[in-house]
Design a protein around this ligand. Structure first.
Ligand code: F0G
Length: 458
């Protein structure tokens, strides 16, 4: 008998979670104004809102917490993290920040000006918001295949080189301070970017003299997919692949809450001293002195260790197999999900799940609310609420993909939890024709509205 795959860890500490009743959840979601961010975590049974900062640290990471040196300047943790970043990514310069969007803030303060144009692959919401907040424009150059959840393409995070070149030729090069490649591409479904695509982007960027930065939150998952899916990489180690990936970039922003498996942290990795010097000023202004940048010494130690944990093949195999385990259970029941499955989450195609609802009634948010009511499972909308209004016209933006994301925290839930999640979604699927009304917005913020939006039944 072929032995089944099993998790590459055993559990040393647990946290109790409590199921609730449908009546309780109906009351709580109404009190939360149908915004899942407003729920108390104790009102949630299985929390798939995000994989960000919600993973379980390893025994090695916890040991590093105890070794944290809390000196203000020049502490040992700074050198430990600097060496780890250099070792894993190859970037010589680095600035610590308290999380990923802070790294974006520091980098963009350094190199983006009003009216600039920043092409990329489905920029993440904080990235886009930091661009639009500076009255600049994020142009999506993701390949078309990404927007059809049924098309089977191994690298749906890829940049369409023709679309990119069009942006570069139709605009003044001085107005394009960088190209952002998000690895993996969260907004299109946790989809990877191929090594060949990274090479092609680098080549075209060099031709026009434009720097390339990677939004690297899930860089290790991206490397795993390259190993599994791209010709010529199956015998390479994850760390060799990671090194090669970053060799095609001028720098990276990092939310360490994902693939470095810490609860809080981020950084900027940079190749050029001149950018580092300019960015340092903003880092001190917004984040803190350059040797700690908004983090405690103990957190930086755990982060350095997390970069090694997160790039272990056995860990990545367990992680990505668990995501696929959930995805396959849903696909087998005919539930429309982004395929192939992504690295950190399963993305349910809400327009195909609830085809009878109008887009003005926020289909993916409606689905996420129904899933919560059904099983106490918290997912998140990646759709038209998150897309915000167009800053120029003030009109709602309706992206091609209207998704409900089930993000799996790292090393946190078991496969039985995944079975529970799948059963909850299947139950909603079976009663989908009875969901005849969506949601309308009653209150919203001008930017990043999904965090605080208030809704009611349409
Ligand atoms: N870039 C990507 C691709 C992300 O997914 C995130 C965060 C960020 C940048 C910002 O990092 O949260 O540390 O400030 N994504 C989380 C999510 C919030 O749920 O996908 P941060």
């Amino acid at each position: 008998m072929k032995l089944p795959k099993a998790e590459s860890f055993k559990i040393k500490m647990v946290e109790a979670i409590r199921p609730s009743t449908i009546d309780e959840r109906l009351k709580w979601i109404k009190e939360a104004n149908f915004n899942l961010f407003n729920l108390k975590s104790e009102q949630v049974f299985i929390d798939l809102l995000t994989d960000s900062g919600t993973g379980a640290m390893s025994d090695k990471q916890w040991s590093e917490m105890m070794l944290g040196d809390e000196s203000y300047a020049g502490a040992s943790y700074y050198y430990k993290l600097k060496n780890a970043i250099q070792d894993i990514t190859g970037f010589e310069y680095f600035l610590p920040t308290h999380q990923g969007r802070a790294a974006e803030n520091v980098l963009f303060s350094t190199i983006i000006n009003e009216g600039d144009i920043i092409p990329g692959n489905s920029h993440f919401d904080t990235t886009k918001a930091h661009i639009e907040h500076r009255k600049s424009y994020a142009i999506d150059c993701t390949i078309d295949e990404a927007f059809d959840t049924e098309v089977n393409h191994p690298f749906k995070g890829n940049i369409d080189i023709v679309k990119l070149e069009k942006v570069l030729t139709e605009n003044q090069v001085e107005k394009i301070p960088l190209i952002i490649v998000t690895i993996t591409c969260n907004s299109s479904g946790g989809q990877p970017v191929s090594m060949q695509n990274m090479k092609n982007v680098s080549k075209i960027a060099k031709k026009y003299g434009i720097p390339v930065y990677y939004d690297s939150a899930r860089f290790a998952e991206n490397a795993y997919f390259i190993k599994k899916r791209e010709k010529g990489y199956s015998d390479k180690s994850i760390r060799e692949i990671v090194k090669e990936m970053f060799s095609y970039a001028d720098g990276m922003t990092m939310s360490s809450k994902k693939d470095a498996i810490v609860n809080m942290g981020g950084f900027l990795g940079l190749r050029h001293k001149e950018v580092f010097d300019r960015a340092s000023v903003f880092n001190i202004l917004y984040e803190g002195f350059n040797t700690y940048g908004g983090m405690s010494g103990r957190d930086m130690n755990a982060l350095a260790q997390g970069l090694y944990d997160g790039t272990e093949l056995s860990y990545l195999e367990t992680r990505i197999n668990q995501v696929a385990f959930l995805g396959q259970m849903l696909k087998d029941k005919g539930i429309p999900v982004q395929f192939p499955f992504g690295g950190h989450a399963i993305f349910v195609d809400a327009k195909k799940f609830l085809p009878h609802l109008p887009k003005e009634e926020f289909i993916a948010q409606t689905l996420a609310v129904e899933l919560y009511i059904e099983g106490g499972v918290r997912a998140v909308e990646i759709g038209s609420i998150m897309a915000d209004r167009d800053p120029d016209s003030g009109l709602n933006r309706y992206p091609d993909l209207e998704l409900m994301r089930l993000a799996i925290p790292r090393r946190t839930y078991t496969n039985d939890h995944m079975k529970y999640v799948a059963a909850s979604i299947i139950n909603v699927f079976e009663r989908r024709s009875k969901i005849t009304k969506g949601l309308i917005i009653t209150k919203e913020a001008p930017i990043l509205r999904h965090f605080t939006v208030e809704l009611d039944r349409a």
